[in-house]
Design a protein around this ligand. Structure first.
Ligand code: ATP
Length: 323
C-alpha cells in the first residue's frame, strides 16, 4: 500500500543533519502528493499524540540547522507492550499509514516492534557514533568528527605551549569509529577504542617515552568514551612519565552545530529514498549507504548485523601514531 499520510519522528541521540532529513522527507512527500505529520519527542510523541503537520514552508531553511525541530527523546514506556499498543492506536486514530523513523539501532528496534502492531515503517540511520552495521555511514558522523577535530586542534596549541599531555574523550558509546577518524585527523599519539584491547605500557607509556627522546614535548591521547576511565589513564600517565596530563571530555558539543556538506547531502538522499520506498509500498526497510551507493535492507536483518571497526582505518591509525 502506498502511504498517503506519513508520520516522521527523530529518536535517540540527536545528530547534525536530522533537520535536513525532515526537510527532505517533507519536500519529497509533498511533491508526490503525500502528507507528513511530524511526531515530537520520538516515540513519546507517538504514545501521547504529540504531532504537528509539516508543509513545505515549515521546513524552509532547515538544512543549516543543527539538532532536530521535532525534538528527540528516549522513551522507556515505548519498550513495553502497552506503550507500543498505545503508539499503534495513535497512528490509527491520526490516519498515519507508515512511519519514517530517524535515529540509531534502538530507534529501529522500536520501528520493528511497531510493525508487529500493524504500523509499517522505514528507518533512516542518524547518529554521530556511526555504529549501525547495515550502513557504512550514519548522518551526523562527519560533522561530529569536524567538531571534535576543531576542538582538539585548539587544545593542541595550548598543550604545545605548556609541553603537556592532552587526553581527550570523544563520544561513541560502545563504538570507536569517531575516535579512530578523529585520532587519524589530528595525528594523535595514541587512540584507545572499546573494540580493541590496549596495553598501557606498549600503547601509551612506551610511545610517550620514545617520542620524548626524539624531541617531542607534548602528547595527544584520544580515548573513546567506551574504552576506559580517562581520569585513571591520566593518573597512570602522570605516574609513569612524570608528565602533567590534562583531561578534556568533549561531551555534547560533538552533537551540535550546523551540519557539513556530507551530512546535508546524505540526509537529502536518504530522506528522498525513504519516501520513495513508502510510495512503492516497500515497508520495514532501513536506508543504507554502502560504498557510496544508496541501498535499503529489511529492518530485522539489519538489526542482526554486527559492526566492527574498519580494520584498515584502525591499522592506519596505529601505524601513523607510532612515530
Ligand atoms: P543513538 O545511537 O544516537 O543513541 P538510538 O536510536 O540507538 O540512537 P536509543 O536510546 O537506544 O537510541 O533508542 C531510542 C528509543 O527507541 C528508545 O528510547 C525507545 O523508545 C526505543 N527503543 C530502543 N530499544 C527498543 C526496543 N528494544 N524495543 C522497542 N523500542 C526500543
Amino acid at each position: 500500500m502506498t502511504a498517503k499520510r506519513i508520520g516522521l519522528l527523530t529518536s535517540g541521540g540527536d545528530a547534525p543533519g536530522m533537520n535536513a532529513v525532515v526537510r527532505a522527507v517533507v519536500r519529497t512527500a509533498r511533491a508526490s502528493g503525500a502528507e507528513v505529520l511530524g511526531i515530537r519527542r520520538g516515540y513519546n510523541g507517538l504514545i501521547n499524540g504529540d504531532v504537528v503537520e509539516l508543509g513545505s514552508n515549515d521546513v524552509r531553511g532547515l538544512n543549516s540547522r543543527g539538532g532536530t525541530i521535532l525534538f528527540t527523546a528516549r522513551c522507556a514506556e515505548f519498550q513495553t507492550e502497552e506503550g507500543q499498543q498505545r503508539a499503534a492506536q495513535t497512528c490509527k486514530y491520526l490516519g498515519i499509514d507508515a512511519l519514517i523513523c530517524v535515529g540509531g539501532d534502538g530507534t529501529f528496534r522500536g520501528a520493528l516492534d511497531l510493525s508487529k502492531h500493524g504500523v509499517p515503517s522505514v528507518g533512516i540511520p542518524a547518529t554521530i557514533d556511526n555504529d549501525i552495521a547495515c550502513t557504512n555511514y550514519t548522518i551526523g558522523f562527519d560533522t561530529a568528527c569536524n567538531t571534535a577535530i576543531e576542538a582538539i586542534d585548539r587544545l593542541r596549541d595550548t598543550m604545545h605551549s605548556h609541553e603537556r599531555c592532552s587526553l581527550v574523550e570523544v563520544m561513541g558509546r560502545k563504538a570507536g569509529h569517531l575516535a579512530v577518524y578523529v585520532g587519524i585527523a589530528v595525528g594523535a599519539n595514541a587512540i584507545l577504542v572499546p573494540e580493541r584491547p590496549y596495553d598501557f605500557q606498549t600503547d601509551i607509556a612506551d610511545k610517550i617515552r620514545r617520542t620524548r627522546i626524539q624531541g617531542r614535548s607534548h602528547f595527544d591521547v584520544i580515548v573513546a568514551e567506551g574504552a576506559g576511565n580517562i581520569h585513571e589513564i591520566a593518573g597512570q600517565i602522570k605516574e609513569e612519565t612524570g608528565l602533567d596530563p590534562r583531561v578534556t571530555i568533549l561531551g555534547h558539543i560533538q552533537r551540535g552545530g550546523a551540519p557539513g556538506a556530507r551530512d546535508r547531502v546524505t540526509a537529502a538522499r536518504m530522506g528522498r529514498h525513504a519516501v520513495e520506498l513508502l510510495a512503492q509500498g516497500r515497508h520495514n526497510r532501513v536506508v543504507c549507504l554502502c560504498d557510496g551507493q544508496l541501498k535499503d535492507m529489511d529492518i530485522g536483518e539489519a538489526l542482526k548485523m554486527k559492526k566492527d571497526l574498519q580494520e584498515t582505518m584502525y591499522e592506519t591509525a596505529r601505524i601513523l601514531s607510532s612515530g
